[in-house]
Design a protein around this ligand. Sequence first.
Ligand SMILES: NC(=O)c1ccc[n+]([C@@H]2O[C@H](COP(=O)([O-])OP(=O)(O)OC[C@H]3O[C@@H](n4cnc5c(N)ncnc54)[C@H](O)[C@@H]3O)[C@@H](O)[C@H]2O)c1
Length: 596
Amino acid sequence: MELWWVVLVLGVIFLALLARSLVYHYLIPMLRVPAIDVDASDVILKKSESPEDNYIYIPKKVKNSERVQCYEPATMKYLGFFPILKPEEVREHVKQAREAQKTWADSTFKQRRLLLRIMLKYILDHQELICQVSARDSGKTMVDAALGEILTTCEKINWLLKEGERWLKPEYRSAGTVLLHKSNRVEYHPLGVIGAIVPWNYPFHNIFNPMLAAIFSGNAIVIKVSEHATWSGCFYLRIIHSALIAAGASPDLVHIVTGFAETGEALVGSVDKVIFVGSTGVGRKVMEAASRTLTPVVLELGGKDAFIVCDDADVTEVVPIAVRGALQSSGQNCAGAERFYVQEPVYEKFVREVSSIVKSVRMGLPLERQSDMGAICMSEHVEKLQSLVDEALEDGAECAVCGIHSMGKNGEELVGQFFPPTVLINVNHSMRIMQEEVFGPIISIMKFQTDQEAVDLANDCNFGLGCAVFSKDKRRANAIASKIYCGMATINDFATTYMSQALPFGGVKHSGFDRFAGIEGLRGCCLVKAVTEDRWPFIRTVIPKLLQYPVADNAFEFQGALIRMFYGLDVWTKINGLTDVLKALSAANKKTPVQK
Ligand SMILES: NC(=O)c1ccc[n+]([C@@H]2O[C@H](COP(=O)([O-])OP(=O)(O)OC[C@H]3O[C@@H](n4cnc5c(N)ncnc54)[C@H](O)[C@@H]3O)[C@@H](O)[C@H]2O)c1
């Protein structure tokens, strides 16, 4: 047969297998997925509403309030009031979740996948609604929401559908030297009820992210949403509940609790594990509270990622990534690019090109398609951003781009909490702006000379979440990244480790510890149990007579010989050990007293 014939036949077989796999694994399951109906009548923006109809809400100091007050940071429009749950109410939610989890623990992976597909289908069909709700509550633009809420969540669901079961199945491990007759495995059982305390910056993804991992691994979850994203969180819970019911599961598997610090603290003491995502200061308090009940805790805290551009990098290609990394969601990202270190030969070009893009950024209302950047979620944060910039300028920094507070793209005054995208140069590490988490649309750029200097600057920071290194020489970029003390590194890209949902997410130093995404995060929701059993039916552990009680006089010598036999570094030591084992056994046999 001619070679091309063989290639053709193999090609057809390959395509047929691929088509079969696609039909069985994707098409049929997707077709069978029921659609859910979620009441969104009260969150949809009415077409007839004009800005003049909007009730302009000026938030008071909400901490002393009786209720959680929600408003749109971009328009200050009132969104709703939600209860501040008391500790006993939080415990009641946990109790209900615990009850529902008892049945869910025995659910099959098929049922769990069905649940995920129902959610995925809803998300795909309602992207605009989900983004609108997030944009109104947090101030981010629709595109920022599509990237940070939808894309990341779909990727997580997809990864769990494809690989989730594989990583939760028992994993077999080697038996070691002495216990060759044993079969060893690690089992991953659900922990029970996971408690997640989450921030406001991605109202949809911050709920779905821990919820998906917890539920897929057989747990229930109680989520304390941020007081700044309660309105959206309570709507997203409706999606989850409808999906749970459609998948034949109890809606009690997922609860949302609303309130402030006291509500969050009550959750810490009543669940089996806490996933805390938030600021370093609050993370400390959560760890303190968790220590009282010895509740395990994952801390995913703030960041101040270094973005390093070497002299051989293609600056024109890097700049759009740099600006997106800094301005996505108005810079309110834990893994946001905050410290830019650019090598001297390309520094001027980098500053020029970054400034040119930043000047073109249109700050405006989140729901308007022409807005590139939205609002700042927390009112007091706008003041903090301004003070960081003012202080840096006083200390010698220069403004390459500085906008005016709350000024829209056409020069109109914006009512809401806006901060203009800013580029600062001549900054240094004595300035607060290069040390504290900024969490805003500020690009601070510093020059460096050598690779070692870039590493030293990147490491001269209390945070250690992620970093990015750009160089045409991959080996050089990897060498720099490997010396930076942080949890995640991207080479010639920014923060894309998060888009690979198989990878763990988390940091070191003041960025926290442990991991909440990827295989590590999924298994982190589990009780990790080591199990060992006999490998073959007729071979089992027998305690040699001379080690049985009362032990023989030469029991210690026997034990020593046994250890030499197993672990001797050369063959003679092993043979010597074996000989001594046999001698000890025969001596013990001779001495065995006759039992009466
Ligand atoms: N590393 C990550 O994965 C990640 C992701 C997103 C945001 N963040 C960080 O989150 C911060 C911004 O979010 P934020 O302002 O909502 O953070 P925050 O720490 O103020 O609040 C986070 C959550 O903790 C709750 N809380 C407050 N006090 C508490 C207490 N004493 N006990 C228990 N819970 C309490 C809040 O109500 C909220 O739900 C930034 O520092 C950002 O870097 C980290």
